[in-house]
Design a protein around this ligand. Structure first.
Ligand SMILES: [Zn+2]
Length: 194
C-alpha cells in the first residue's frame, strides 16, 4: 500500500494559539482537504496522527473530539477525499506516555494496525516534535509552514528551528507537500513493504 501520514492541527486545520476544543473551532486550512483528495487520487492512503493533550488536561472530552473528526470526515468527503484513520494521543505531558509526539508510539500503532514497515513513508507536520516522531519511526520528515512555523514564510524567512531532523523537506503548506509527493510518485513509485 502507498501511505502518507499527516499531523492534524496546523497541518490539516488551523492551529489556534491554545487548543481546538470543539467542532466549531475545527477549521480546515485553505487547500488542505483538496490536498488529501489529490493524494487519494494518486493512490495514497492517508492516516492522521495528533497529540490531543486537551483530553488529558480536561479541556474537552472524547465526544467533542469525535465531533471534530466527524466534521473532518464530512468536509473531506465533500472535497472528494478520505482519511483511513485518526490516531491520537489523549495524554497530558506529565503522564509520560509513549504515544505523545515526539515519541513515536502513534506511528508504531499505525505500523502494527496495518502490518507494514514505515520506512520511507512520508509524514507531514507543522512542529519539530512531529518530525522527531516521524524519524524515530522510520518515516520521511516533511515540515509544513502552515502552523507553528507559519512566520517562517517571510521573504527573508525566519530561521527554521535547528532541532529539525536532518533531511527534513520544507513546504509552505499541505497542498505543496501533496503535489511534491504525487509528482515524485509518478516518477519513482513508493511501495511500502507489507
Ligand atoms: Zn499518549
Amino acid at each position: 500500500m502507498k501511505l502518507v501520514i499527516l499531523d492534524r492541527d496546523g497541518t490539516i486545520n488551523r492551529s489556534r494559539g491554545d487548543y481546538v476544543t470543539n467542532a466549531d473551532e475545527w477549521e480546515p486550512l485553505p487547500g488542505a482537504l483538496e490536498a488529501i483528495a489529490q493524494l487519494n487520487h494518486a493512490g495514497f492512503h492517508v492516516v492522521v496522527v495528533s497529540n490531543q493533550s486537551g483530553l488529558g488536561r480536561g479541556l474537552f472530552d472524547v465526544d467533542a473530539l469525535n465531533a471534530m473528526h466527524a466534521k473532518l470526515h464530512k468536509q473531506l468527503a465533500a472535497a472528494g477525499g478520505r482519511v483511513d484513520a485518526i490516531f491520537y494521543c489523549p495524554h497530558a505531558p506529565e503522564e509520560a506516555c509513549t504515544c505523545r509526539m515526539p515519541q513515536p508510539g502513534l506511528l508504531l500503532q499505525i505500523a502494527e494496525r496495518y502490518g507494514i514497515e514505515l520506512q520511507g513513508v512520508p509524514m507531514a507536520g507543522d512542529r519539530v516534535r512531529d518530525l522527531q516522531a516521524a524519524v524515530a519511526a522510520g518515516c520521511e520528515p516533511h515540515l509544513v509552514l502552515s502552523g507553528a512555523h507559519q512566520d517562517s514564510l517571510g521573504s527573508d524567512g525566519q530561521p527554521l528551528p535547528p532541532e529539525l531532523p536532518e533531511g527534513t523537506r520544507v513546504h509552505p503548506d499541505l497542498g505543496t507537500f501533496a503535489a511534491f509527493v504525487v509528482e515524485r510518485d509518478a516518477v519513482e513509485p513508493l511501495r511500502v513493504a507489507i
